[in-house]
Every structure is written in structure tokens, then in C-alpha cells.
Design a protein around this ligand. Sequence first.
Ligand SMILES: [Fe+2]
Ligand SMILES: [Fe+2]
Length: 281
Amino acid sequence: MPVTITTLSENTANFGFLAEWGLSLLIDVNGFKVLMDTGMSISTVYNARLLGVDFGELDVIVLSHGHLDHTGGLMEVLKLSGPKKIVAHPDIWNAKYSDRRGRPSRNIGMPFSREELEKLGAAFELSREPVYLSSSIVTSGEVPMNTDYERLDQGLFYETEEGVQPDPLKDDLSMAVKTKPGLIVVLGCAHRGPVNIIRHFQEVTGEDRIYAVVGGTHLVHASPERIRKTIRDFEKMNVKKVACSHCTGLRAAAMMADAFGDSFVYNNAGTRLTLTIDQGD
Ligand SMILES: [Fe+2]
Ligand SMILES: [Fe+2]
């Protein structure tokens, strides 16, 4: 079963591709095509054109959460793809803000209304529970936070009836692909913690072996201590391939590259990973 993951949008880019803060990953599992996230604006469709990707062939779109850098390209994608099913968590519609010391507060939520996306053919399937996209691909649903060191980003907020509050990012959604050598875990921003997410997938799927971890780990503001604990847990889980980027941040990416050597890939726009070719099925 060949699994390829093509990075259509990321903060940095391969030669000739467009870089833009955000993430978009095209996951192809034996011909079943999932687009996870759509980048911040035009980079996903620009890079897809260079790679010859036909969005009309997508089986489903998954939104990892409501943040602009993962959803802002959705309208451009839908214009090219035509009507598509979109799997996400109901909290993607929350008004979301970033408030960092020394910088003005910014609106970083989904930049479109549900109605304008539905006019372009978006058919939303919103769930707090794991959703099987195919027999081997499942979304996380809401992720419990059980590790003693993974914390929510203190600079992220959302609008509630009682005013603006710290965002629990319950909409943070990831995907897992079941393969013969173990799970490929595909993270969006991993706001609920990459290790929390991986452990949740072990419970959801009943598969303990983790073959690969791909996507954003949101360690960009993490202490070196937390990064070291994350890497130690990846090592304990015997992760064979780490292809992290985006909100992983330079320090965590460098520490991962050091820890995992040739098993680490800085997964930027234009990169196409073939993660497993399983002759068995
Ligand atoms: Fe992000
Ligand atoms: Fe995010």
C-alpha cells in the first residue's frame, strides 16, 4: 500500500515553490486522496499547479482546526475542486485571536462564513468524535490532554458568551493512517500536544506502533525542556520517521534533526514523501 504525502503549503519552500506561513498536506493512500488543510491564502493552489495536482480528484478535505493559516486557502481550493465533503470539528467556527506580548491582538480565525463555503459546494461533516475517512484513515476527534508537560499555547484566545477566553483548541484535529509497519500520524498544528495526540490514536486504533509523525508540532514557543521530553517520548515510541515543520519552530526542528538524523525530514512546500510501500496489500 503506497502512502505519499505531498506538502502543498508550508512556511518554507523547495526551489520554485511558494512559501507562506501555514500548512497544507495532500495524503494519498492507495489512490484515496485527502487534503488536510489549505494554507493561509494562495500558496496551496499555486504549488498544486506546479505539481500537477488535480483537486477535482480529492475524496475528502480535512480541516485540522479553524486557524487562518490552515483554512485561508479553502475558498481557492473549492473553486478548483468543485463540491467536496469537509471533515472538521464544530469549533472551527469560533472567533479566534492571537495575543502576544509586544504585538497587537490579531484575528486568526476562519476567514469565511459557512454559507459562502457551502455556496461553493462545501459539505461539512462536523464531529467531536473520530471519523473514519476510509478503512485505514481516521481523524482524531477531540484529543484528551494527559501528559504532564504538554500545555496549550497561552497566546491563543477565542470569543465566548462571557467574553474572550484562553482557547482550549478542542477543534485541534489530526489524522492517522494505518499501515503494516504502524501508524502514520499526520498533525495540523498539534495544539493539544503531539504526544497526547499520538497516544490518543493508539487508543482509537488499537495500534501501538508509530511508524511516522508528519506535520506541525506547535513547539515554536516551547521550552528546551519540553522539546527534549517530546523527543524522548517519540524515541520511546520507536518512531521511525519524523517529518515535522510549520509551527514546530527552528529550535525544535533542529533538535529533532539532531536526534533523528537521516530519519528526520524538514517537510517544506514541494516535498513529496513516500512513507511506506507495503507489498502485502
Ligand atoms: Fe498553524
Ligand atoms: Fe494553529
